[in-house]
Design a protein around this ligand. Structure first.
Ligand SMILES: [Zn+2]
Length: 235
């Protein structure tokens, strides 16, 4: 019984990050390990190559290896680098990876492995979140091609679109009651659906400029969606 309780306590404590100093030292250590081109396991020194593809563990000693810094989210989540993503498959992959690398499973392991599992887990969460939502997925695809849209860029947006956004914002500000807010919500949702389809077509045609313009519009609507969420919280 005591052993069981201690195990639980250790398991819980494994969740929490170590002290700042220890963490910094570990991060340095991890960074140098991750950046190393040596195809050796950090633990046993055994050959077997650095972690590439799905080789999260050393084939010899089974120690968890640091994340592969060259791997992008699509590769990590086992998806084609495309705007069209099978979200059911994405979710299965997310669960599969969390079962492999979740910090809960490493509470009894070495500090290095605890640290690596936290890094893996954070990466997997971030990759899943990014690829799941069309807007962040599209922005990430553009980023992989060296195209970024800085926050607050109003450039080249046609005045007709900006007027449309302004009017929706005004309507939302004036909206009284649940029905009025829901009506605006459904308009915005339909707009986002339409834009998502257009973005998909733009990526299929490798028209990245068009994708960039459409994603910028989606970001405006996404800001409206955030305001709708706030408005729905009862005061
Ligand atoms: Zn090893």
């Amino acid at each position: 019984m005591w052993a069981g309780r201690t195990g639980t306590l250790l398991r819980l404590s494994g969740w929490w990050p170590t002290g700042v100093l220890g963490r910094r030292l570990l991060n340095c250590n991890a960074a140098s390990l991750a950046g190393s081109s040596s195809p050796r396991c950090w633990n046993c020194g055994g050959a077997g190559g650095p972690p590439r593809g799905d080789r999260f563990f050393c084939p010899q000693c089974r120690a968890l290896q640091p994340p592969d810094p060259t791997r992008d989210y699509f590769s990590l989540m086992d998806c084609n680098r495309s705007f069209r993503v099978d979200t059911v498959k994405l979710q299965h992959r997310y669960q599969q990876l969390q079962r492999l690398v979740h910090p809960d499973f490493f509470s009894q392991r070495s500090q290095n492995e605890k640290d690596f599992s936290e890094k893996h887990s954070t990466l997997v969460n971030e990759a899943y979140k990014t690829l799941l939502a069309p807007l962040s997925r599209g922005l990430y695809l553009l980023k992989l091609r060296g195209i970024e849209i800085p926050e607050g860029t109003d450039y080249e947006m046609d005045s007709q679109f900006l007027t449309e956004i302004m009017e929706i914002n005004e309507k939302l500000a004036e909206a009284q009651g649940e029905t009025a807010v829901k009506e605006i919500e459904s308009i915005v949702r339909a707009k986002q659906k339409e834009l998502t389809d257009d973005v998909s077509r733009a990526f299929e045609r490798d028209n990245f400029e068009k994708a960039k313009e459409l994603l910028t519009k989606m970001r405006y609507f996404s800001n409206v969606e955030e305001k709708i969420k706030l408005k729905k919280i009862p005061l």
